[in-house]
Design a protein around this ligand. Structure first.
Ligand code: FMN
Length: 138
């Protein structure tokens, strides 16, 4: 089993969540592909059974720009994959993750949770535990 965790983060909050997700992946015994769109390739990520993507809420409830570009580059290869999303937000209600999982489902992937895993600003202990659990069980 191979799991990818790919994220972007502007101030470190989604990055902290990504690191906790990676801890969970490693505790599950799966092989981990971990990084940002600048450090992992689309092919490497699409070679994984499970793909876990992280982006903060940006714009007006949108996926962050660099992740949007990376997501677009892998979207056509997501059919049949298990995909989860997570990320940090501030004032919204998690709409950016719900819109994202709709696109992922439309691409033919099995979405782990329709709502994704949204963490408010810097992840607290509860959010960190949820991230670890996502990495372990996804
Ligand atoms: C330009 C900009 C746009 C943002 N748009 C939203 C938004 O639409 N909804 C929301 O809940 N938070 C929004 N935020 C807040 C960020 O999602 C929040 O600060 C988050 O913790 C950033 O995570 P990061 O450190 O991983 O980049 C925005 C922040 C910035 C700077």
């Amino acid at each position: 089993m191979k799991k990818a965790v790919v994220y972007t983060s502007t101030t470190g909050n989604t990055e902290a969540m990504a690191k906790a997700v990676a801890v969970g992946v490693q505790s599950s015994g799966a092989e981990l592909v971990f990084g940002t769109p600048g450090t992992v390739s689309a092919d490497e990520v699409l070679s994984c059974d499970v793909i876990i993507l992280g982006s903060p809420a940006m714009g007006d409830e949108e996926v962050e720009e660099e992740m949007e570009g990376f997501y677009t580059s892998i979207e056509a290869g997501l059919s049949g994959k298990k995909v989860a999303v997570f990320g940090s937000y501030d004032w919204g209600d998690g709409q950016w993750l719900r819109s994202w999982t709709e696109r992922i489902a439309a691409a033919g992937a099995a979405v782990v949770s329709k709502d994704g895993l949204a963490g408010h600003l810097e992840p607290d202990a509860e959010c960190t535990a949820q991230c670890e659990s996502l990495g372990k069980t996804a």
